[in-house]
Design a protein around this ligand. Sequence first.
Ligand SMILES: [Fe+2]
Length: 146
Amino acid sequence: MYTLKRLEWDNALSTGEDGLDNQHKYLVDTLNKLGEAINEGHGSDNIARILGILRFYAGWHFGKEEDCMETYHCPAAGKNKNAHAVFIEKFDKFHNEFTNSGGSTELALKIHEEISDWIVNHILMVDGELYPCIHHRPKPKTGPLG
Ligand SMILES: [Fe+2]
């Protein structure tokens, strides 16, 4: 049994756009479902199913976020788009490796850790650049991550 900690939403992760924030919350929830499935020792079929949901949703969400950055003429738009492409490539590599190898718990743990770190850092460092473009003031530094 594993005891992966839940990822908690924090205001420091806000992009200043409610729709995108809700999509990020869904991604965090899905990562938590992945963590729970690993903790509870679910089979590789269920882990692969959650990875499929994450992949589908991330792809859809990235498109919405890229459009939003274009709309607000966010200077991070190009950087964001490139980062999304890198993520998708990384994710697909992991996903294929997991499915083709029969899916060990060790690999599931590695995927969970790398994807969680990437998503949280990306929201903080890149997506957060939307905030001043929408609100014309700096993003408030609140919360433990701020
Ligand atoms: Fe992004």
